[in-house]
Design a protein around this ligand. Sequence first.
Ligand code: ARG
Length: 446
Amino acid sequence: MAKKLWGGRFKKATDAQFEEFSRSIQYDYKLAEYDILHSMIHVTALFNAGMLTVQEGKQLNDALTQVLSGIEDGSFTPDLAYEDIHSDIQHRVEKIAGDAAGKLHTLRSRNDQIAFDVKAYCFSEAMDTIVRLRAVLIALEDLAVKYDGMCFPGYTHTQHAQVILFSDYCHCWAHMLARDLERFDSYLQRLSIPVGAGALAGSAIPSEAYAEAVKEVLDGEGPVSGPVVNALEHVSDRDFVVELLSIVSITQMHLSRFAEDMILYSTAEYRYLDLPEEFCTGSSLMPHKKNADFMELMRGSTGRVYGDLISVLTTMKGLPSSYNRDMQLDKEPLFSSLELLQNELEMLARFIPGITLREDVIVTALDDEHFYGVEVAQYLVEQGVAFADAHEVVGKLIRYAEDNDCEIREMSDEALRGFHPSLNQQAVNEVMTPEYAVNSKKSIKR
Ligand code: ARG
């Protein structure tokens, strides 16, 4: 049986089924590199505090470096016989450093280690997500440039509303994702990763020894802030997990809405877009099908991401202050949501350049007179009509055209004047075009 870090006070062996139930190594091995970093700082602090000889400090550091290089070159595989990554690494250090390994955990607690490890993981994954978001933003910008100046049908309530520019449509998503990027960035600015909390009450290792150790090990690099200010709070806190999952959830909500548009706009009913084939699938029965499965799976995955956020929020809500084992359950939701989002963003950066517009279909769609109700009302306002009256006139005009199955643009001057004396065929034909519609919008700062 794998040696435990806490066996001394127990006479009986742990129930085998419970041991399995409590194990976290099968997922917390992902924290290995951060756990080693924590150990390196801790060993240096112990040495600074006079609690290790030069020889012991060197043996421990060499052993940790050796384990770390295994993680870096990909040869490290977690030993699933251990309870968690802390115990697994302790064992590896014992094998390399012999007796000195007995001092590695001096006055340290896994409560401190796990808070440090998860925070460092969050820091590194938030950075990685920012890089992937940037790639998606570039892809959106390229698409906007590719179709620069092109008009596109704009909707509200999924009904024809007004004409917009396709570049504005692309930028709409870019703005949402840029806000997400800012959220990840400001999260990083606020994340502080202290050391030296012990189990909950600090330890006899002086804070100066930790401050020096952080400087020595990290050489001013990285997010580790220094000695802990409130040890109890540090081991109690998982706000940084909840906050990161909240940012991931908002980003995922944006991706889900984007997916919804892509699915809708590529259907036979809309036909505005052609989606890249590499991201679509067919049907085993219906040979004609080209399904937008990437978009559907991305939309569908939103349930998982929200579930992960709610899972951690719910786990935390009833916990008394300090560390409680329940907190182990933050990791799977955290890892799962971040891995999913990063995967989606990486694919999206390749998906977006493959989107093509069916310009002929779009031009035909924009022929629908319903898109130009506002422009006709705007024309009347320019002739001095009060907007409320103009709205009423255009409403009646559109209703008339619908009831009589005719085009407003084809109505005679006389018929149009019947609705308002300022209306005439030339004027309505001038304002009821996509180009007029977009060019007459002056409130947008471009
Ligand atoms: N595996 C635990 C977690 O993920 C860390 C160690 C727990 N500490 C303890 N005293 N049992 O939260």
